[in-house]
Structures are given as C-alpha cells and as structure tokens.
Design a protein around this ligand. Structure first.
Ligand code: PLP
Length: 384
C-alpha cells in the first residue's frame, strides 16, 4: 500500500490540490463511528457554521453546487416559458440548471475586466419573459450585484457563488446578502466536501421550503424521525428531490471551513508573486480584484494581450513539457455541442476571454519557488 509519505517526490505541479490532512480524516472517521452517516447533526452544524462564517441568515446544505442552482430556480417557480439570463463564460452547470427546470438560458456577455455579468450586458439579453438572472462570481472575482440590482430592481438575481467562498464585496462576504446563492464544495473550489453544495438565502420561507424539497418534500427530516420515540407518520406536501448532503461530507466541510481564511490569504500572496514575476511582460495581465471587492483567486486567470503571437494552447504545451499543469481559460457554453442550436446575442468579450486566457496552478501547498519556476516558463513561452 502506498501512503502519502512513501509517494515519490516529483517536480510536477498540478493545477489544484485541496488542503486536506489528518484533521479531516479524524472528523470523517469519528462520524462513521458515530453510527449516523446520512444527513443529520453534522449537516446541521455545518449549515450553522457556514452561515455564521459568511455572515448570512440561512444556509441549506445540498448534494452539489448544481443542485443548489436547480433548487434556487425551483424556489423562484421558474420553469417552461421563462427565460433566465446567464453568462456564457462559466462552467456549463450554470446553464444546465436552467435547462433542467425547463426554462431557457439566454446568454449575456461579460465585463472584460472581471469576466462577470454587468447591468449593461444583462439589459442586452432581456426578453419579455425574462424571469431572473444568474450572476456568476467567476473564478472568485465578485460580480457587482449591487449596481445590477440598482439598475434592474425588479429582476430577481440568483448568485452563482460556486467559486466565491472567501471573496469579499464592499467589506462583506461575497453573496452574503443574496436573495439566493449557490455554493459548491467540489475539490476544484477553495473548500471541499468531495462533492457538495449549499443554498443560502435571506428569505426564511425559501430556506424552510428548500429543507423540505431536498428530502422528497417531507415535513419531517429523516434524522428527526429516527430520534423520535413516537411513531409519527410524515407527510409529503409537494414533489421534491433527493439533494441531501451526508454527515460524512459535512464533517469534512466543518474542518475545511476553519481553513478558509488561511487558504484565501495564501492564495492572494501567491497571486501577488505571480503578478510580480509576470509584470516584466506588459502584454500579460492577471484577472484580479475589482475596485469594489477582493477575489479569493479560486482560479488564477492569465490573459494574453493581442500582441502576444502564441495562443494559450501553445503556452500550455510548453508548460506540460515542464511537468506543469495549466488549463484553458473559463469555457464559453454557447460554443458547446449541447448548446449548438441555441441562439444568442453577440458575445465578443466572452469569445475573447475564452480564447485568450489560461489558468495557472494555484494551491495552498505551493511555494514561492514553484511560482517563480512557472512564471519563468510562461515568460519564455510567450516570448517565442
Ligand atoms: C463548480 C461550479 C458549479 C457546479 O458546482 P458542483 O458542486 O460541481 O455541482 C456551478 N457553477 C460554477 C461557476 C462552478 O464553477
């Protein structure tokens, strides 16, 4: 059996590595030993702690960030006949959730500075049947939801905060004031539960209904029924889902949550080192803080200026030869086969960003030396 200590020391650098150690192992083991592993006391504690940490009123743990988006749309009663404005420049789950509830995603362009929707780009995508917009805090860079709401006050916003744990907007946790926000704990995000998500809301009734809907619409959660000495019969008021998180996942999430501040600080420091090293070539820019907030650098997006003659694929190949794993920039959903026949307005900024950006390695255990080495190879590749 190979243990972590026996693993060979290689000089290859992955894109991302979650920060998980013995504390998580113990928390998971203790939960398994407790005899209750499905949704129960750990999930309740994780929800409480997440809400406190993010300074928001209601948190409902779910099976994934995608589930949380689908739940948010369901709570707004969005379905067939409704349009929902979404960016194309995002992970495909954002648009898929809209399709899954039977509504139509309408793609809008994004700001070239933040890669996120703005009031102006949303306005271009409005139709007579627009029911909501999903604003994505892309790669951890907060969108300016306050100015969107100021200009479009009657448009309900769902915030896709899948990547945004630890980002800040005007001095508050990003998405903490959201009517509805969807969070993800996939290992590609800052804190992880393996798979998992959270729906947060400022609306008490949305939170109550989401708790029932995630468990098939029941009025008595299974964990409560289990501990109830009297044989009460539960009732199912409406058709729900199974979107539950397990106590095993929540136990992991509670330990991860305590790491969030340190994770963000380390990522921001490493990003600063990247910026220092890459600044010798003025044609390169890193997507960073907007003037109203702070990014958690969930992804470190490097943009190649128009006068760089190579493209991200060339640079990624050069990095791969050095054992360094990068990725193409954020995908554009309107270019995917599943959305081929889906009409959309012109998306020039989205096209430019998806073609000319790439994602560089960034994770907690990286060293300044790793950053220096990666930056050196990037500079060499773009100088070619
Ligand atoms: C990861 C991600 C999702 C989906 O989250 P899962 O937990 O993987 O379902 C949705 N939107 C964005 C922007 C994401 O990055």
């Amino acid at each position: 059996m190979t243990t972590q200590r026996e693993m060979p020391v290689t000089s290859s650098i992955p894109l991302m590595r979650p920060w998980v150690d013995e504390a998580e192992v113990m928390a998971v083991a203790n939960t398994i030993r407790s005899g209750w592993i499905a949704q129960g006391p750990q999930v309740m504690a994780f929800e409480r702690e997440f809400a406190r940490h993010m300074d928001l009123p209601h948190a409902v743990a779910l099976s994934s960030g995608t589930s949380a988006l689908e739940m948010a749309l369901t709570l707004l009663e969005i379905g067939p006949g409704d349009d929902v404005v979404v960016p194309s420049l995002t992970f495909i789950a954002t648009a898929n959730a809209v399709r899954r509830v039977g509504a139509r995603p309408v793609f809008a362009d994004v700001s070239p500075v933040t890669g996120t929707l703005t009031a102006a780009t949303i306005e271009q995508a409005l139709t007579p049947v627009t029911a909501a917009a999903i604003v994505v805090h892309q790669a951890g860079v907060p969108a300016d939801t306050e100015s969107i709401s100021a200009r479009l006050p009657s448009l309900p916003l769902i915030e896709d905060a899948a990547c945004a744990a630890g980002s800040m907007t005007r001095g508050r946790a990003t998405a903490s004031g959201a009517l509805l926000a969807a969070w993800s704990f996939h290992p590609r995000k800052l804190i992880t539960t393996g798979e998992g998500g959270m729906l947060t809301t400022t609306d008490h009734d949305f939170a109550r209904r989401a708790r029932r809907l995630r468990e098939h619409g029941t009025d008595i959660p299974a964990a409560v029924r289990h501990n109830d000495a009297s044989p009460r019969r539960e009732s199912y008021g409406e058709v729900g889902f199974n979107m539950r998180m397990t106590d095993i996942q929540a136990a992991l999430g509670r330990v991860q949550l305590a790491r969030l501040a340190a994770l963000v600080e380390q990522r921001r420091q490493l990003a600063e080192h990247y910026a220092e090293h890459l600044s010798v070539d003025p044609r390169l820019t890193l997507m960073g803080d907007p003037d109203y907030g702070l990014t958690n650098y969930q992804s470190l997006c490097l943009r190649l200026g128009p006068d760089v003659s190579v493209n991200p694929t060339d640079v990624l190949h050069s990095l791969a030869e050095q054992g360094i794993t990068g990725r193409h920039g954020i995908m554009a959903i309107h270019r995917q086969p599943a959305y081929r026949d889906h009409g959309h307005v012109a998306l020039p900024v989205t096209d430019e960003l998806t073609e000319r950006t790439m994602i560089l390695p960034l994770f907690h255990q990286m060293t300044r030396g790793d950053v220096r080495r990666i930056a050196r190879h990037v500079l060499r590749a773009v100088a070619a």
